[in-house]
Design a protein around this ligand. Structure first.
Ligand code: AMP
Ligand code: GLY
Length: 430
């Protein structure tokens, strides 16, 4: 089979790496791909981004299946375009992708279907938003309605911060159209987990659980980023909580979308806040929906996936996920992100990366913001690499990953030294 994977991140490199081991895969095109996919056998990067050009390419090359990695092409309707041309593609339609591309859509949907989430109101008028903040007090969360590449959420601890966020979005239009409507919601507290499932519109198969570290600095300090590292499984998601998240969040979401006549086919990622207390009664609430896999959560998840990934996509696009059982390696996996100097504000790019070790059974370096010029790999984005390792336990996986991180060199590399700390402290035996 000939496949097309859309995207250029670590998530896409990890999916391509996993798909390569499917016996029926003959060739994989990646649009646009990165320096990692550029160096893989049987993989070709193609420099196409526009959805209609991608459709034309898939038609011309007789691509058997296209997989969409990031949210932007989904929100642009790439799936609808491919389907209208009779092409097989995995991912939600433009309408279903609104679960991620419009926070207001997602909140209205959750309210309508009784899915637990923070109380909220939506505003287009700045004065009304300021008044609401004064009425509610802090902490409070201000979110741009549209896609804002990770810059659209402000968890405000002071009134000044909350008002400044409204001013930036509704007043100064700093986020353009994405910030022309804002959702203001109450602040949830607890521990976050990433709960990702694959759906065919009706049937649901949960993937292994995971958690990521969004803050730039050790101890979960500093600015928010796209994610500085992740691990799977997430120990906080006990079997009982797993059950509750499926019943109280995921199942009502998938049946609700189908009932609203917008069936959801693709990866559904619920960012879930888990409050304190016993598992049977602690609060769980949706912080965000994404209509794609997480990055960097995908990298450890793909390391743990034993089943054939292509088979999963074929069942998802055939509507037969009820016939699938997914197998996982028991061992945990962890991914450490190496980012460029200046990330997340303004990443410095163009530096040569030295000493990236070749993949082994227990450690793979997935690329994100990199390019390859036939001799050298260069930095080309904020998050550059994700060193991902599998181990008999999380501490050993972590040690294996950091041993590899220590070998890799590029100017100004930043990485956290404590990825996995929360899971390690919760699983430590006295
Ligand atoms: P989002 O873009 O909605 O995923 O939000 C990004 C991050 O902001 C989440 O992963 C949380 O860490 C934080 N966040 C979002 N909404 C809330 C909330 N209601 N309460 C507390 N933290 C939040
Ligand atoms: N790591 C968070 C995300 O992919 O949205």
């Amino acid at each position: 089979m000939k496949l097309l994977v859309i995207g250029s991140g670590g998530r896409e490199h990890a999916m391509v790496w996993r798909l390569q081991s499917s016996p029926t895969v003959k060739h994989i095109y990646v649009a646009p791909g990165n320096g990692g996919t550029a160096q893989m056998q049987g993989v070709t990067n193609i420099d196409i981004q526009n959805p209609s050009d991608l459709r034309d390419f898939a038609q011309l090359q007789n691509i058997d299946l296209t997989i969409v990695g990031p949210e932007a092409p989904l929100a642009q309707g790439v799936v609808d375009l491919f389907k209208a041309a009779g092409l097989r593609i995995f991912g939600p339609s433009q309408a279903a992708a609104q679960l991620e591309s419009s926070k207001d859509f997602a909140k209205r949907f959750m309210q309508r279907h009784n899915i637990p989430t923070a109380a909220y109101q939506t505003f287009t008028d700045a004065q009304a938003a300021h008044d609401y903040i004064d009425l509610q007090g802090v902490p409070i969360v201000v979110k741009a309605d549209g896609l804002a590449a990770g810059k659209g959420v402000v968890v405000a601890m002071s009134l000044d911060e909350a008002h400044a966020a409204v001013q930036a979005m509704l007043g100064d239009e700093k986020l353009g159209q994405a910030g022309s409507r804002v959702v203001i919601e109450s602040c949830l507290v607890g521990e976050e987990a990433s709960f990702i499932v694959i759906c065919d519109g009706k049937n649901i198969v949960p993937l292994a659980t995971s958690q990521d570290h969004k803050r730039l600095l050790d101890g979960d300090k500093g600015p928010n980023t796209g994610g500085m590292g992740a691990y799977s499984p997430a120990p906080v998601v006990s079997p009982l909580l797993h059950d509750r998240i499926m019943k109280e969040i995921i199942e009502p979401t998938i049946t609700g979308m189908a009932a609203d006549d917008i069936p959801f086919q693709g990866f559904l990622y619920a960012g879930v806040m888990i409050g304190d207390g016993p598992d049977a009664t602690r609060d769980i609430g949706v912080l965000e929906f994404n209509c794609r896999l997480g990055d960097p959560e995908t990298q450890p998840i793909m390391m743990r996936l034993k089943s054939d990934l292509l088979d999963l996509f074929m069942h998802a696009t055939n509507g037969s996920l009820n016939h699938v059982e997914v197998l996982w390696h028991e061992q945990p996996a962890i991914g450490i992100v190496l980012a460029s100097a200046g990330y997340p504000e303004k990443a410095v790019t163009g530096d040569i990366i030295n000493h990236i070790p070749a993949p082994t059974d227990d450690c793979v370096v997935f690329h994100a913001g990199t390019t390859f010029d036939d001799t050298n790999t260069h930095t080309a984005g904020g998050r550059v690499l994700c060193v991902t390792a599998l181990g008999p336990d999380l501490a050993k996986a972590q040690a294996r990953a950091y041993e590899t991180v220590a070998k890799i060199q590029f100017e100004g590399a930043q990485f956290r030294k404590d990825i996995g700390w929360r899971a390690l402290s919760s699983t430590k035996t006295p």
